[in-house]
Design a binder for this molecule. Sequence first.
Ligand SMILES: [Ca+2]
Length: 142
Amino acid sequence: MITNALSSYQFYSYLITAQYTSDFNLNFIFQGDSSASWHLDDISLTPFNESNSELLVDGDFENSLNGWTLDCWEGCEIGSSGLLSMDSCHSGSMCYIDACTGAYDFLFQSVNLTSGNVYNLSFWLFLSAGGSSVSRAYINLQ
Ligand SMILES: [Ca+2]
């Protein structure tokens, strides 16, 4: 879980070992308020030491969210799932920002991982306006 106080883009990188062979959902779950937006860009998931073997589609959000599924919690107003933005992106023209106020919006993509293999997940994340006590980001692969 990542909380507030990201005054600029931060780079996150994790090594993950698949516990079994299956399709997994890579989930980004954001909770925010009306004053701040989570900005997400340049997501990468590759086999360890194979940085040219990208498993994700449109991890840089330059291709119209192709490959991604968006959703929002029922506590959000209808239609308030996240969206593409041209504001304060890490690279290129577009990035993903959350839009739900007070509850959660979701962004996920399915990837197939092989049992015992190690993967490197990385992404850039920025919270505009400093956020608040309700600004949280959850990232998981399940
Ligand atoms: Ca981008």
